[in-house]
Design a protein around this ligand. Structure first.
Ligand SMILES: Cc1cc2nc3c(=O)[nH]c(=O)nc-3n(C[C@H](O)[C@H](O)[C@H](O)COP(=O)(O)OP(=O)(O)OC[C@H]3O[C@@H](n4cnc5c(N)ncnc54)[C@H](O)[C@@H]3O)c2cc1C
Length: 444
């Protein structure tokens, strides 16, 4: 087979790249290893239970993703359920804290949460966060790399953030989002994730998906690519890159070579490293990326005979293994009476645990947060991501992330691990895919 552009991986990066190129009249073929599209934003049937890669929240300031969706014929408000508040539950407090996160869409709730929640954070605790955020955003804009060598915890200590504010606010907004313990979570990642919200604060709010993400978001993008003449093959893993005279000229499938003018490597990070290593392990440009460590993620998804919580809402469980979670039976998984999707921390603890043990640990910790789910469990699945993310440890790793444009002719990179301003998020994946497409369209 011969084509113009081969894209390896049909996650959001590969799909966005494919849509952009197909719209511009380029011949694109996407090869996806799994039997469904979506990658880390996929939903699928896992031995009789509908699961997702992990519960996701759309952040209101995203720009590239909604644009891609609109071009695929998907209107954001048809697939997103907007939340105006998030909840923080702790083993130490009977009453949860409720925090408004939508300054324009829910200003009163935001103000109420700033002056309220005193059972969780005293006025002094809240005030102790001010110097931390002022210094953090000053450093973020003036000297970002410095922030990648210090953990959120150490940075908070340096600026005098009080214990309760660390435990009940900074932990949810770091560990709760990217699973790593606060002492091993780069301050750069912490401030960077919220930075785009500073200039687009009026857009700030978060949303749950109204349906499995493959169904409502990724499959429509794949169909839009095919409507424009592109091809998307699922269940078709790329085995290796084909190279001639230091140039990438195609890919090798199980028993077929596919030649192409351009190859976009849009897999998750460890898979990209595996495909690049045989060819470029000694290449100066690739070396930092090939040495960039990964980090895992583990989620558990539980079907229940009734909702675990009165509202489907993003909830954090600092002080327990439930980094973040949500009831989803009224939003994403309406076909079951109750559904909890939980992201676990620290992921390494759960990676090689038997699923029954994971469930038992979660049931115990859920009880500490006021949720007695044991009698109501119908089914559950543990979904692990062994090495999909680049590491958020505070060791300067951010600088090892590669750009989309490589020095090798015929090869572009896309994926949330590549350098773009949105870190490891859906928006970051889309931006990287569009950047790779742009480089191809501009003949770079
Ligand atoms: C539990 C969890 C929660 C998250 N929560 C959020 C959130 O709330 N908000 C947010 O914005 N982001 C969130 N993210 C991050 C977001 O999902 C990712 O940043 C984004 O989906 C990455 O997209 P990608 O296209 O770069 O990579 P992926 O989605 O990983 O896509 C890569 C694709 O390449 C395929 N592939 C790999 N090897 C091969 C091969 N050899 N041949 C062919 N195909 C191959 C894979 O199967 C996969 O489909 C979360 C992620 C996880 C895991």
């Amino acid at each position: 087979m011969k084509t113009d552009v081969v894209i390896i991986g049909a996650g959001l990066a590969g799909l966005s790249c494919g849509l952009e190129l197909a719209e511009k009249g380029r011949d694109v073929v996407l090869f996806e290893a799994r039997d469904w599209v979506g990658g880390r934003t996929a939903s699928w049937d896992e031995n009789g239970m509908l699961v997702e890669s992990g519960f996701h929240r759309y952040i209101g300031y995203y720009q590239a993703l909604p644009h891609v969706l609109a071009r695929a014929g998907v209107q954001l408000n048809d697939i997103i359920w907007w939340e105006e508040r998030v909840e923080i539950r702790t083993p130490q407090h009977e009453e949860p804290g409720l925090f408004g996160i939508a300054p324009v869409h829910g200003p009163l709730k935001m103000i109420a949460s700033l002056i309220g929640n005193n059972h969780l954070l005293s006025p002094l605790d809240k005030a102790s966060l001010i110097p931390f955020f002022v210094a953090g955003y000053t450093d973020f804009f003036l000297n970002p790399n410095k922030l990648d060598y210090i953990s959120v915890y150490d940075y908070a200590k340096k600026y005098g953030v009080r214990r309760a504010a660390i435990d009940y606010l900074l932990v949810p907004f770091s560990t709760g989002l990217f699973f790593r313990p606060v002492k091993d979570y780069s301050a750069l990642a912490f401030f960077g994730l919220f930075a785009p919200g500073l200039t687009r604060f009026y857009k700030m709010r978060i949303g749950a998906f109204l349906g499995g993400m493959t169904e409502v978001m990724c499959a429509p993008i794949a169909r839009a690519i095919e409507r424009r003449g592109g091809k998307v093959y699922t269940g078709t893993p790329v085995q290796r890159l084909l190279a001639e005279n230091g140039q990438v000229v195609g890919v090798m499938l199980k028993d077929e070579a596919v030649r192409a003018n351009q190859v976009v490597l849009a897999t998750s990070m460890d898979k990209a490293q595996q495909l690049l290593k045989p060819l470029f392990s000694e290449h100066r440009w690739f070396k930092p990326f090939l040495n960039l460590p990964t980090m895992p993620a583990v989620t558990i998804q539980i079907d229940l005979d009734r909702p675990a919580l009165p509202t489907d809402r993003t909830t954090f469980g600092p002080g327990t293994c439930l980094a973040s979670f949500s009831e989803q039976s009224r939003t994403t998984f309406k076909h079951v009476p109750g559904r909890l999707s939980i992201i676990l921390t620290p992921p390494e603890r759960f990676l090689n645990m038997r699923p029954e043990e994971v469930l038992a640990t979660v049931v115990q910790d859920a009880k500490k947060l006021g949720m007695d789910i044991k009698p109501h469990i119908r089914d559950f699945r543990v979904i692990s991501h062994h090495a999909d993310f680049y590491s958020f440890s505070p060791t300067g790793y951010h600088q090892q992330r590669p750009g989309q444009q490589t020095p090798v002719q015929g090869l572009k990179l896309a994926g949330d691990y590549t350098k773009q301003p949105y870190f490891a998020t859906m928006e970051g994946a889309v931006v990287s895919g569009l950047d790779a497409a742009k480089a191809i369209l501009e003949g770079r």
